[in-house]
Ligand binder design. Structure first.
Ligand SMILES: NC(=O)c1ccc[n+]([C@@H]2O[C@H](COP(=O)([O-])OP(=O)(O)OC[C@H]3O[C@@H](n4cnc5c(N)ncnc54)[C@H](O)[C@@H]3O)[C@@H](O)[C@H]2O)c1
Ligand SMILES: [Zn+2]
Ligand SMILES: [Zn+2]
Length: 346
């Protein structure tokens, strides 16, 4: 089969690889029908994730058709249409039993990281019963690719950890696919205001279409002043960090109202200053989380009932063999106005 193979920092190629085979009775082999590229794949290509070794097939998102199942797989059989979770869960270890699939002692985030991933014609999925989700008949499979990673990430790490309630004022810093996923799912809880902050004017325009009540361009506007103006000098009830740099986490600390929640989503590579000299008395909560994908079944139902439309995030489509070009378009998000790209394996 053909696959997108990591060749070390800065190197990737679309090349021939052996088709995966069952390695364990709980495995399934899935023929990919749609996959996508994540910002994390760009981090890997920069060399930021050294556990990924040359020769690894990248990708941790996608949908497909079950091709083969091991003897222990009870929930799926050949021909089933499935959504692949970016998180592999054994459902048996201590962390899985607490609903923290991301910390599964036998899985977690391994696809396109520690084992071969989904940017290929076929993929092997360990613990298939707990790591795949059945796609109901008649559903738009492209929209569901957004449920492999970014929708549960925005929802679990941002919206749920940020404890958004009706009438709240929310700020989301970063209007990339993950910040926009938080924007879409925050609306389940009907906050009064959702303020989106980014440097990219196009992404802020998109945010307005997705339900933002205010946008602030932090390259040209004074964010703290504007937020204090919009909130009667109180600050926001929930600040969601969806970028992953020190400046944006510090911004969350400057705009949080007493009793507020700072929910970090961003992957951080540098330490950030914690301003306890101002926060100690403000009853704030700070949360961090790696996406668990425990909300995937719930999100699937909201898409099926048309309460949530994640296909809004798809801006480009390519055939799977054009994936190297798709990476270029995805990496130049500012110029190409890219959010998510869909790769089609016909
Ligand atoms: N916690 C998790 O489980 C988890 C899972 C997936 C992704 N992530 C992380 O979530 C973050 C967002 O992912 P994404 O795919 O949307 O990334 P992205 O790079 O597409 O989006 C980030 C956005 O932040 C904006 N930005 C950059 N610097 C800024 C600044 N100083 N002020 C305001 N905006 C700024 C960019 O213009 C961009 O629109 C990343 O750090 C990613 O690694 C975390
Ligand atoms: Zn991802
Ligand atoms: Zn487990």
């Amino acid at each position: 089969m053909k696959a997108l193979v990591y060749g070390g920092p800065g190197k990737k190629s679309w090349e021939e690889k052996p088709k995966p085979t069952l390695q364990h009775p709980a495995d399934a082999i899935v023929r990919i029908s749609r996959t996508t590229i994540c910002g994390t794949d760009l981090h890997i290509l920069k060399g930021d994730v050294p556990e990924v070794t040359p020769g690894r097939i990248l990708g941790h998102e996608g949908v497909g058709i079950v091709e083969e199942t091991g003897a222990q797989v009870g929930n799926f059989e050949k021909g089933d249409h499935v959504l692949i979770s970016c998180i592999t869960s054994c459902a048996q270890c201590e962390y899985c039993k607490k609903g923290m699939y991301s910390h599964c002692l036998n899985g977690g985030w391994i696809l396109g990281h520690l084992i071969d991933g989904t940017q290929a014609e076929y993929v092997r999925i360990p613990y298939a019963d707990n790591s795949l989700y059945r796609i109901p008949e008649g559903m738009d499979e492209e929209a569901l690719v957004m449920l492999s990673d970014i929708l549960p990430t925005g929802f679990e790490c941002g919206v749920l950890n940020g404890q958004i309630k009706p009438g709240d004022t929310v700020a989301i810093i970063g209007a990339g696919p993950v910040g926009l996923a938080a924007l879409l799912t925050a609306q389940f809880f009907t906050p009064a205001e959702i303020i989106m902050i980014d440097l990219d004017a196009n992404r802020l325009e998109v945010s307005k279409k997705f339900g933002a009540t205010q946008t602030i361009n932090s390259s040209s506007e004074k964010v703290v002043e504007k937020i204090m103006q919009l909130t009667g000098n109180k600050g926001v009830d929930t600040a969601i960090e969806a970028v992953g740099v020190p400046a944006t986490f510090e911004l969350c600390q400057s705009i949080i109202a007493p009793g507020g929640r700072i929910a970090n989503i961003g992957v951080h590579g540098k330490s950030v200053e914690l301003h306890l000299e101002t926060l100690w008395s403000r009853n704030v909560t700070i949360t961090t989380r790696l996406v668990d994908t425990v909300t995937t079944p719930m999100l699937l139902r909201t898409v099926a009932s048309k309460k949530l439309n994640p296909s809004l995030l798809i801006t480009h489509r390519f055939q799977l063999p054009e994936i190297v070009r798709a990476y270029e378009v995805f990496a130049q998000a500012g110029k190409e106005k890219t959010l998510k790209v869909i790769l089609i394996n016909e």
